[in-house]
Design a protein. Structure first.
Length: 405
């Protein structure tokens, strides 16, 4: 009897593996794929934002008893609205582009329209709706943007995977896939049926595109999806050297970052072994002590340019690439010389649109910069709302700087 049970379990396992493999679809080839070779790039000491942008607009987010933001973990812009994800307070907050607070979507709870956590959100640009990803409850909740009215909840199937990030595009909803238990087959992205929550299609074999990593990773301050409300979005995971483009009828690689020190499947395999040994717990600290490159992030695009960051040991490198000429510049110092008289380092951008880049700064950080400078006129005199910025209370909500091209 025991042998029969073992045989039966093996049959189920084999069927499951074959089923995963069967449904992982190949993406399209791209004859115009661009290779960004950092060894051939111009090594710049620094890149100033004034080389890329013409001026800065200040957006001071309203602060009141209904909207006290803890930590901003994500931001998107759509039409005249700014959407802010605050995981600490578990919610998505809506502001207009003047910084006026409009509403929060839903609240914590277990009732209709409520959630346990919010790990990500995405905008339905066809129907002016917003989807919130509740990764703890394995569900996606939909609200109307204009009224905040709860519309419906999509219960997701398959409890053996986690989904942290979602992306809507052209009447389709996508989610990343993170396997709780190590598998030999699988995929990284799935299209979710908007009515049933079931998987329609899935793409990207992690062994082919992510050096074998298919376990849970949740980015703290951004998603794995980029250029999110621009018709065609991009997807980049932690160990991928390839940037994938998703449009209405085509999924294809568009850029490959070539660095001789890019992390290998062997290195990723060691991290996977650690995860198994520690019963699912994973630390990536070992990567910061090795000369390996990984983690393309903070991707933004405009006109003929793309800009992104990646890690190597303890350093971050910014790559500025002209997609028309193929010219590439790389630097570890991206300098903001537009907000203040004394330039300071930029760590990342929150998002972008066709007209500019958005960067968020906590009120405390801005106040500390001004105090450390020892200069009364530390801020650039051409900056709008300069008087308000100089007198900003420390407990204010963050400030958004919009760098226009």
């Amino acid at each position: 009897m025991k042998n029969k049970k073992i045989f039966f379990l093996l049959i189920i396992l084999l069927f499951s593996c074959n089923n995963n493999k069967k449904h992982t679809q190949e993406i399209d080839a791209n004859k115009n794929l661009q290779i960004i070779d950092v060894s051939k790039a111009h090594q710049a000491d620094k890149i100033f934002l004034s080389e890329l942008c013409s001026r800065v607009k200040t957006i001071i987010l309203e602060t009141n008893e209904n909207v006290l933001l803890g930590k901003i973990n994500g931001m998107q812009v759509y039409k005249d609205w700014i959407f802010i994800l605050d995981k600490q307070n578990a919610g998505v907050y809506l502001f207009n582009k003047d910084g006026k607070f409009i509403r929060k979507y839903g609240q914590r709870g277990i009732g209709p329209g409520e959630y346990l956590t919010v790990s990500d959100f995405t905008i339905d640009t066809d129907n002016d709706a917003i989807y919130l990803m509740d990764s703890d409850a394995n569900q996606i909740i939909k609200y109307k943007i204009l009224t905040g009215e709860f519309e419906n909840t999509i219960k997701l199937e398959d409890k053996n995977v986690q989904r942290f990030h979602i992306q809507y595009n052209n009447n389709k909803l996508y989610a990343d896939i993170n396997y709780i238990i190590e598998t030999e087959t699988g995929c990284m992205i799935q299209e979710i049926d908007l009515s049933t929550g079931k998987q329609n299609h899935c793409w990207l074999d992690p062994h082919k595109y992510n050096n074998g990593w298919n376990g849970p990773i949740q980015r703290e301050n951004e998603s794995f999806f980029y250029s999110r409300n621009q018709g065609t979005f991009k997807y980049i995971h932690f160990f991928m050297d390839t940037i994938i483009s998703f449009s209405d009828n085509r999924i294809a690689p568009v850029y490959v970052l070539k660095d001789k020190d890019w992390i290998t499947s062997k290195e990723v395999g060691k991290i996977k072994e650690e995860r198994i040994t520690n019963q699912g717990a994973t630390s990536f600290r070992q990567l910061f002590n090795k000369n390996v490159a990984f983690n393309i992030n903070s991707y933004v695009e405009w006109g003929d340019f793309i800009l992104f960051c990646y890690q190597k040991k303890h350093d971050s490198f910014f790559v500025l690439h002209n997609i028309q000429t193929g010219d590439t510049r790389i630097t570890s110092l991206l300098i903001d010389d537009l907000v203040c008289k004394k330039p300071f380092l930029v760590n990342r951008f929150s998002c972008s649109d066709s007209n500019g880049l958005y960067n968020i700064m906590n009120a405390n950080d801005l106040i500390r910069l001004i105090e450390q400078s020892g200069e009364e006129d530390f801020l650039n005199p051409d900056l709008d709302k300069i008087t308000i910025l100089k007198n900003l209370p420390a407990d204010s909500n963050p400030v958004i700087f919009y760098y226009e091209f």
